[in-house]
Write a protein that binds this ligand. Structure first.
Ligand code: F6P
Length: 373
């Protein structure tokens, strides 16, 4: 029987989303004879029933486009700002899913989207997800689409910073996205030859970093490139945070929990200007002029790399095949050369961080990169 497929893209946008929509759509339309529609701006579009037709015309010419033709948002079905209120809109989503006679909803997103999609699955909807994010932190897949493009952009930035750092004999500190995972900073730092790489997974000592830079300077290299993951954290602050998180977990009553939450918030606020702080400290300790570059959303923009187009197309066409086979409640994961379904309950609530014994960490250390530990 022909299937009626709904697609949405949720969370931060990332290169490769359109390639994935095209992969699902073309296989669904041409190979399996299904009907397919998109919902605008993530889960909000399903609440507002904002439908975007996805026929051959809309799926054509989008492979190389960055962003998402469907639009996206960080809205959660169970906590959606509506006017001045935050409401649970899950019932409306379930109602609209049935009203539109959908056989399946395909959700393209990162960790948060996997969780939101899982909640809808628990409410009886047929769900398939695809893992996208530049952070590469979704569990149970080798890689997420968006990561390869962002890795290229961050590496190119490090390449460019080298010539100006060297000309001015400066320290150049580059902040790289990744949320609480260090994949992007580590990958770009190694590929671009950063002298220091700071990751959330390895709390650092600023003095250790300064020593490494001073040593380079004494050796005649009067510039250094420091790649800082946006979630990187000094050792001392990491210890304070751990203590506060433990206090929250072991709180005996509401007041204790509230107090611990306040403390966690305070510590996190301290980290908000963290990259600037790194630069200031290094300038002071090394007596070398230092400047900061924050790459920010540049890392999510523009044309997807060939690797991301390929990955998104592989995962997208596999999603269409799973729909045909009625294999629902799964995320389409990349495992080596294969694209495989993984039950959603094995994905949600987990984050794929960089293991401290990961080969990338070892090779960074072996080429003499300081990781601040
Ligand atoms: O999850 C992708 C990501 O780009 C993270 O690396 C970053 O922390 C976050 O999104 C930024 O979110 P927003 O686009 O909402 O500012």
């Amino acid at each position: 029987m022909a299937k009626y497929v709904g697609i949405l893209t949720a969370g931060g946008d990332s290169p490769g989303l359109n390639a994935a929509i095209r992969g699902i759509g073309k296989a669904a339309l041409n190979k399996y004879n299904m009907d397919i529609v998109g919902f605008k701006d993530g889960f909000r579009g399903l609440v507002q029933n904002k439908i975007i037709p996805l026929e051959s015309r809309q799926l054509s010419g989008i492979l190389t486009l960055g962003g998402t033709i469907l639009g996206t948002s960080r809205d959660k079905p169970h906590k959606m700002p509506i006017g001045s209120k935050v409401l649970d809109m899950t019932d409306v989503i379930v109602e609209n899913y049935h009203k539109n006679h959908l056989d399946v909803l395909v959700c393209l997103g990162g960790g948060g989207t996997q969780k939101n999609a899982y909640r809808l699955m628990e409410r009886g909807l047929n769900i398939i997800t695809l893992p996208k994010t530049i952070d590469n932190d979704v569990a149970m897949t080798d890689v997420t689409f968006g990561f390869d493009t962002a890795l290229g952009i961050a590496t190119e930035a490090i390449d460019k910073l080298h010539s100006t750092a060297s000309s001015h004999h400066r320290i150049l500190v580059l902040e790289i996205m990744g949320h609480n995972a260090g994949w992007l900073a580590l990958g770009a730092g190694i590929s671009g030859g950063a002298d220091v790489i700071l990751l959330p997974e390895i709390p650092y000592n600023i003095e250790t970093v300064a020593d490494a830079i001073c040593k380079r300077s004494r050796g005649g290299k009067h510039f250094s490139i420091v790649a800082v993951s946006e979630g990187a954290i000094p050792k001392k602050v990491a210890e304070e945070l751990k203590k506060a998180e433990n206090a929250k977990q072991n709180a005996k009553n509401k007041d204790e929990k509230k107090k611990a939450s306040k403390e966690i918030k305070k510590i996190r606020e301290k980290l908000s200007n963290h990259t600037m702080w790194v630069s200031e400290q290094l300038q002071k300790l090394c007596k070398i002029e230092s400047r900061v570059t924050i790459l920010g959303h540049l890392q999510r923009g523009g044309t997807p790399s060939a690797g991301d187009r390929l990955l998104a197309t592989r995962l997208g066409t596999t999603a269409a095949k799973l729909i045909k086979n009625e294999e629902f409640g799964v995320m389409v994961a990349s495992k080596g050369d294969k694209a495989e379904p993984v039950p959603l309950d094995k994905v949600v609530g987990k984050k794929k961080l960089v293991p401290i014994d990961h080969p990338w960490i070892r090779c960074a250390k072996e080429v003499g990169t300081c990781l601040g530990d």
